[in-house]
Design a protein around this ligand. Sequence first.
Ligand code: PSV
Ligand code: MN
Ligand code: MN
Length: 426
Amino acid sequence: MRLNSERIQEQNKKSLSDHESQFDFLANNLTRQDINVADLVQQLCDFQVAIPSWALGAGGTRFGRFSYPGEPSSLEQKLDDVGILHALTQTAGAISLHIPWDIPEDYSAIKERAASHGLVFDAVNSNTFQDQKTHAESYKYGSLSNTEKAVREQAIQHNIEVIEIGKRLGSKSVTVWLADGSNFPGQNNFQTSLQYTEDSLKRIYSHLPEDWKLFIEYKPYEPNFYSTVIQDWGTSFMLANACGEKAYTLVDLGHHLPNTNIEQIVSILMLKGKLGGFHFNDSKYGDDDSTVGSVKPYALFLIFNELVYGMNNNPQNPYPSWMIDASHNIKDPLEDLMQSLEAIQEAYAKALLVDQKALREAQEAHDVVGCQEMLQAAYRTDIRPLLQKTRLKAGGALYPLQAYRDLKIRKTLVDERGTESVATGL
Ligand code: PSV
Ligand code: MN
Ligand code: MN
């Protein structure tokens, strides 16, 4: 299924005048505060977030999985789904593949299809957390950190193959997330595990093309419940430094223990020039992979406030690679992703409203109340008309979710793919 722009524009006509009056009200307010509204719209237009291929089907829990009707059952269909998201929102211009779930059969056809939707290939992800039928060794006791050389070697070779696949697609980065760790005290030697991981990552790094980045993702627990080898940002940072200048830390919002100050982590990584990638999601308890902004929207705004500061003040840090990493069990995955995209754009737009210079002055004057007021004033501004304007300018839908429902897109997908189609992935 392909969503043409005429159908979207037709939808927009219905709510155009409502939008105009709401936008004018907001634009006048912002202009009175000396905020350049046209600049804001442009910055929002430029902000693109990659969609992970595994979020297009309903996720599962360890107790079961309930497929969603019309799920994409091939890489081609996954690209079509992201194409729909991008057509409606104009903010999802990239897809991130997970190997071996998404190995292309015909590379030029896949590249053509992606380009026809206006999509590029973001980071490719390796998978050494599941055993593969074609692989001789098992990852039951770890992959890059395994005490057995043959297992480490297999995991290294897999990562190298993933880089090769990414090269053919035009990706520029590879993300390594390891499930390696231990379930019981005494099971592993912490030092040996970390040392093997470092040695293995260096081998992978040595195969990285010149213009590529290696993203090292951390996570405190799960699937192992006693220890994880790359447990936190410090461990990831250490490994990235050991590998070299093309290696970076990747922050996944769900990969922190409750109440961790993620905005501070982001800020320090940018100061050190090592924040490479970002996975958006939200959670109440752990790595819940819930819809972005559904539980802690103010925390997301505070994180964006640091990201905006870093992007303006830390030339030593490359422009981060943005991706959603969410997967849940019950919603229509495309509707859920539209909600996530909106929450990301909203937090980013609000962070752009913060007068960084005035905030700095208030910090230096120890005006604690003033600092908080500035952040909260930005957070409390209803900037949704600005997001609508951005989408309108880029050719997207004023109200993507509404348009998706009015145009009965899910029904079309089900008619085309059937109710039994199952997405590949977790
Ligand atoms: C692990 O929890 C993770 O966040 C990694 O990014 C994986 O690649 C992804 O989820 C797989 O679902
Ligand atoms: Mn992740
Ligand atoms: Mn995760």
